[in-house]
Design a protein around this ligand. Structure first.
Ligand SMILES: *Cc1c(COP(=O)(O)O)cnc(C)c1O
Length: 435
């Protein structure tokens, strides 16, 4: 064990015992780190290749103002995204305010009154309930006469093919598939499983639009959903593809027709993609995308480390310590509010920004129980940065994600263990018991 390393951790509030316990586990994960290095290496070249192919130049990093006609950097960035995702086209804009907006834009622009939307993988992400109108809401798809159907996954997590077949009708225009588990108990869908599902749906109705909510999934595999038949992939730039640098934004990549529809909804019919000044965002969009494969890899390392630490400490973790990864989310179930709170305090205390504050559970709008959130982010609300949150209700699970550097992720997890020891949630002699 490296003494000076241990000393700096001690200065940062990590006891020798916690350090030794965590360091041992970190060292045992060498094979996983190799796998992740290979993944980020592949994706790094994919991104550089797309930038070179599109002749990204210094001039592309400068933005426009006003209407934003002839925005060279914006147009080339959209071609770069299209090449990274191997799609005909892409829309990548600072005017897309967040992931929910990007998804709402994709749905509202590609569905027309009388059409039906189908989710064959159960309930979509919370914020989409109001977009669709599952919970009545001003401006929802339901208000425009667009109906919604849902087929849940089977109890073992597999697709309910029989009921999906019945749910695809002559009205079905778009099928929305969420890749990440989000904050649910269902498993995250691998690109392989997405391929299977999309092929099945297309087998029933070839002209249906298959859209994938790609949030948290970008660069966690060498293939993206658009490589295996998705017509449209959608995500947020303050998650994986923004690489931690994008200060705002969302993207859609897919079939030209779908992207043109979205552009006309985002700006205006007739104007479409020709307007939309990029202001000063482009440098961060390009550099963020360049960093995204390695930043995503760092978040994956942090998640795998957390899974291994907490599994060893006897808590239930999803995904499991040895499972393959298809997004950057890690859930740990503590079974007590104290566990969730101590974990979030640890993450907060490891933050470079707002590291001195203590997070507390609060009644957030839209949630039925208090929620505690830890985030010390350079970009407000960014969840590619090290962050954690958990609702204070059964089963008292915390959801953890991000980490721009693995060093920060590793330190953050060590801090959570330290907090849990200090608060008596795990026993003082945990190391002896569990090693
Ligand atoms: C984060 C997320 C969204 C919504 O994105 P916001 O930027 O929070 O609006 C939608 N779907 C999934 C799966 C997500 O993880």
């Amino acid at each position: 064990m490296n003494k000076s390393q241990q000393r700096i951790y001690e200065q940062m509030g990590i006891s020798p015992q916690v350090y030794a316990f965590c360091e041992n586990i970190w060292d045992s994960l060498k094979d996983r780190w190799q796998e992740i290095d290979a993944l980020s290496e592949y994706n790094q070249l994919k991104v550089i290749g797309a930038m070179q192919k599109n002749r990204v130049s210094e001039a592309c990093l400068l933005g426009t103002t006003g209407y934003g006609y002839n925005d060279l950097g914006r147009e080339s960035l959209e071609r770069v995204y299209a090449d990274v995702f191997h799609t005909q086209d892409a829309l990548v804009r600072p005017q897309i305010t967040c992931g929910t907006h990007a998804l709402a834009l994709a749905l509202m622009s590609n569905l027309r009154p009388g059409d039906e939307l189908l989710s064959p993988v159960g309930k979509p992400y919370d914020t989409l309930e109001e977009v669709i109108g599952i919970r009545p809401s001003r401006g929802s798809l339901a208000e425009y006469g667009i109906t919604y159907r849902q087929v849940d996954l089977l109890p073992d997590g597999s697709f309910d093919y029989e009921n999906i077949r019945k749910a695809v009708t002559e009205k079905t225009r778009l099928v929305t598939i969420q890749r990440s588990r989000g904050y649910q108990t269902r498993p995250t869908l691998s690109v392989n499983r997405l391929e299977e599902l999309i092929a099945f749906v297309k087998g029933i109705k070839p002209d249906v639009i298959c859209m994938v909510d790609n949030c948290y999934g970008e660069f966690t595999e060498t293939l993206e959903p658009s490589d295996v038949g998705a017509d449209l992939v959608v995500g947020s730039l303050i998650k994986n593809p923004g690489g931690g640098l994008a200060p705002i934004g969302g993207y859609l990549a897919g079939k030209r027709e779908c992207i043109e529809n979205a552009a006309c909804r985002l700006t205006s019919p007739g104007l479409g993609r020709e307007v939309g000044a990029s202001l000063n965002a482009l440098g961060a969009f390009y550099q963020g995308l360049f960093l995204a494969p390695s930043v995503t890899a760092n978040a994956l390392r942090s998640a795998i480390f957390a899974a291994n630490i907490y599994e060893r400490l006897g808590f239930s973790v999803t995904p499991g310590s040895e499972e393959s990864r298809h997004d950057i989310i890690q859930a740990v179930t503590f079974g007590t509010p104290q566990g969730v709170i101590a974990f979030c305090e640890g993450i907060q205390q490891a933050a470079p920004v707002d590291g001195y504050v203590t997070p507390e559970p609060w009644d957030m709008p839209g949630y039925d129980s208090p929620v505690i959130m830890a985030a010390g982010a350079f970009v407000s609300g960014s969840s590619i940065e090290l962050s954690a949150d958990g609702p204070i209700r059964e089963p008292y699970a915390v959801y953890f994600q991000g980490g721009l550097t693995w060093q920060h992720g590793k330190f953050g997890i060590m801090k959570t263990v330290q907090k849990l020891v200090e608060k008596g949630v795990i026993l003082k002699d945990f190391g002896k018991q569990n090693l």
